[in-house]
Design a protein around this ligand. Structure first.
Ligand code: ZN
Ligand code: ZN
Ligand code: FE
Length: 757
């Protein structure tokens, strides 16, 4: 017989860890107690030595799904002679460090109950337990317990209360539990928002299968739903929603249904089935049943599996792939409040399937993909946030990093953890900005933090920058301004555990430079403490600012003027007066800031290649260029020059004029757009390796991080990483936060943690 005191560190609170420990101790006939203490779990157990060994082994091998054990230590204690094992109440001080879990997809146990005719929760759309269910989206305050969730208005019935109080039950202290007797119910409303007759779920499914468009209240907001096979319904949804040409996501019944539509590799299958339940971008099989208008011209489909019990019931009943896209009009934030949804989705939805559990935190679906066997996140939100990202260095003081403007997230930093928020959308939308302010405040309460430093982007017009400056002045908080691409670089360093200086290849659309120019094709050298601009794309004019983003032909024209060459096929498509205006703007530098943007270079080449002269969303031309290049056979690369600056402290300049001239020659020779796209990708890989080589010669650095929205391009990411490795570099890329501006807050946080230390 012996007794041990075991301390478990990591994400072990609010994830069903104590009931798990209780069950394990019961099974191994051990006595003692478990309790939460100062952010850790303390266990004291006594019994047979062999059983204690088994206990420790199973503790780390089979923890509850949401737990994440960072360390286990133990020391011997003298025998106490306990007669049983008990769960002790948390110490008061435990609240401050309680972990707030992301929302978790329905677990296998709950699904078994959902479809078990003998179970009291059979068919009940809100079944959940300690291992699954809503979390972040229903939390209204801290510490996390039922009165501070949107389940506060649903008192537990006797049967649910007994489960909640029973340490041996899977629902012990599971805050959102409910049953048909005490929990929320479904409701059906017509197009005008009036309560409609009929059994909500079957009526909703019948309407969808009849070609109607439905609004479905989900976990973090409303979805718009229609039959993905029904071309007319999909086209009508696109029209009513005023959606640009971006693809719609799909929900399918199960992994078999996903594999019928798309190629699903092992890593992709794991993601689909994971408790995070993201939308996974998958290569579609030819001639599937899904209507072309779901993802026009796209070889991929964004697919997710049901992640709430309601989704499971819906997909079983419908049994066809459903379009499941965010419930909003064009670029607005997704609707989550019932009254707001009925108002904003009126005219889009023919009927509404709602329910009585309020959503407190709006949370979009996460979007991800597998590149080279690892995740390359596109949008990190539901199911992921606010799971902390481990920082490579200690954050000495609490930090708030407010992120950027588009695809906004914010982050809180404390000790070795960064809590990166869910996706907030584009802060130029008032709704999104209001949610940003409110959710910053909520996170600070949930994690019991008051920031002593606020990090923000250099761009003076970002709403997040203005928030940071105003709040810092009001509350006397220190400000840490961070250059956009430095933040990109640092975000990639942070998630890869890097603190020593690196070469930061940061390619994106737009970021405010320290010289006031629009940066975006940058090779930085530095670490969290600072950077030097090692190289940049040669500056060209961005004629008309934002218009140049919507009209890639303007960038093409700007590059043509810079390269001193003509492309009759491009200029022939444009009105001569329009061309003269833009030429004047560029020559006189009127509303044409200088830019080194790699995203805009992709736009320019896409336009020159004849792919498109205008886009309906930023990055569309680049996405199409990637698609074409992916399908083409490699055959050479366009040339470029590297220009040493006269001033040795100035950055090396990547001169892409030879590249532009070569593209123009290819266009004149009638080369296929796919081949142009392929040679262009190879050129970007080539120039990246060449510049990194020069910077390695100058600095001795061999670690390269790849960041910025351009690295959502799977082909470019994969080939650049491979080419750099072949040239002897250690290459690091994103697998936890997106390379785009959704990852900025993490990088700002890492820089603010390092600042002044
Ligand atoms: Zn469950
Ligand atoms: Zn109940
Ligand atoms: Fe960016």
């Amino acid at each position: 017989m012996e007794r041990r005191a075991i301390r478990v560190r990591g994400i072990v609170q609010g994830v069903g860890f104590r009931p798990f420990v209780y069950g394990l101790a019961q099974r191994l006939d051990l006595r003692g107690f478990v309790r939460n203490q100062a952010g850790t779990v303390l266990i004291e157990v006594e019994g047979e030595s062999a059983s204690l060994e088994d206990f420790l082994g199973e503790l780390v091998r089979t923890p509850p799904p949401m737990a994440q054990i960072d360390g286990v230590g133990w020391e011997p204690r003298s025998l106490q002679g306990d007669r049983r094992f008990r769960i002790e109440a948390s110490r008061a001080d435990a609240a401050a460090e309680v972990f707030i879990s992301p929302d978790v997809a329905a677990c296998a146990d709950c699904l078994a109950e959902l479809f078990d005719p003998a179970d009291r929760r059979c068919g009940y759309p809100f079944v959940n337990c300690t291992n699954c269910g809503p979390r972040l989206t229903i939390i209204t305050g801290a510490p996390y317990d039922r009165p501070r969730t949107t389940m506060a208005g649903f008192p537990l019935c006797r049967a649910c209360r007994a489960e909640y109080d029973d340490p041996a039950d899977r629902r012990f202290h599971a805050q959102p539990i409910a049953c048909p007797d005490c929990g929320p119910r479904l409701g059906l409303r017509d197009a005008d928002g009036r309560t409609a007759a009929g059994d909500p779920l079957p009526a909703f499914v019948a309407a969808i299968l009849n070609g109607r468009i439905g609004a479905l209240k989900g976990l973090g907001g409303y979805h718009l739903v229609c039959d993905a096979r029904d071309a007319a319904a999909v086209a009508e949804l696109r029209r009513r929603k005023r959606r640009d040409e971006r693809p719609f996501a799909l929900m399918v019944r199960d992994e078999t249904a996903a594999a019928e539509l798309c190629e699903v590799g092992a890593a992709e299958r794991e993601l689909l089935l994971s408790s995070r339940g993201p939308i996974v971008l998958l290569r579609r099989r030819p001639a599937g049943p899904v209507a072309a208008a779901v993802a026009p011209g796209d070889p991929r489909l964004g697919v997710m599996l049901p992640y709430t019990p309601l989704h499971h019931l819906l997909m079983r009943a419908a049994n066809v792939p459903l379009v499941m896209t965010s419930g909003n009009r064009s670029d607005e934030p997704i609707a989550y409040d019932d009254a707001d949804a009925l108002e904003r989705l009126r005219g889009i939805a023919d009927l509404f399937l709602t329910h009585e559990r309020p959503i407190h935190v709006r949370c979009d679906d996460s979007v991800t993909q597998i590149v080279d066997g690892a995740e390359l996140p596109v949008r990190r939100s539901r199911g992921y946030a606010p799971q902390p990202v481990k920082l490579p260095a200690e954050c000495p003081r609490p930090i708030l990093a407010v992120g950027g403007q588009l695809k906004a997230t914010f982050a809180l930093g404390r000790s070795r953890q960064a809590f990166v928020s869910h996706h907030l959308g584009d802060l130029d939308r008032f709704e999104a900005y209001r949610a940003f302010e409110r959710d910053v405040e909520l996170y600070e309460r949930l994690f019991g933090m008051r920031p002593e430093r606020i990090a923000h982007d250099l761009h003076p017009d970002y709403a997040s920058t203005r928030y940071a400056i105003e709040r810092a002045a009001r509350e006397g908080i220190e400000l840490v301004p961070v250059q956009h691409h430095h933040a990109h670089m640092a975000s990639c360093m942070a998630e890869n555990g890097l603190t020593d200086p690196v070469i930061g290849v940061t390619f994106d659309g737009t970021g405010y430079g320290t010289d006031g120019a629009v940066w975006g094709g940058e090779f930085l050298v530095g670490d969290g403490g600072g950077f030097r601009r090692g190289a940049q794309l040669r500056y060209v004019g961005l004629p008309g600012g934002d218009r140049a983003i919507r009209e890639p032909w303007r960038m093409a024209f700007s590059h043509l003027l810079d390269a001193g060459c003509e492309c009759p096929s491009l200029t022939g498509r444009r009105d001569p007066a329009e061309l003269r205006t833009v030429e004047t703007m560029l020559r006189r530098r009127l509303n044409s800031p200088e830019t080194s943007s790699m995203g805009r270079l992709f736009d320019a080449v896409a336009s020159l290649a004849g792919l498109r002269d205008a886009v309906s969303y930023e990055g569309q031309a680049a996405v199409e260029l990637e698609r074409l290049a992916t399908a083409a056979t490699p055959d050479g690369a366009y040339p470029f020059d590297l220009t040493e600056p006269a001033d040795p402290a100035a950055p090396l300049v990547v001169d892409v004029r030879p590249l532009i001239r070569a593209v123009v020659e290819d266009v004149a020779a009638g080369t296929r757009a796919a081949q142009i796209a392929r040679r262009f990708h190879a050129a970007v890989v080539g120039l990246t390796v060449a510049v990194c080589g020069r910077l390695r010669d100058a600095t001795g650095l061999e670690d390269v991080v790849l960041s910025g929205g351009v690295f959502l391009n799977a082909l470019l990411t994969s080939e650049t990483a491979a080419a750099l490795r072949a040239a002897g570099f250690r290459v690091h890329r994103h697998t936890k936060v997106p390379p785009n501006d959704g990852g900025l807050s993490l990088g700002q946080g890492m820089i603010a943690a390092t600042a002044g230390t």
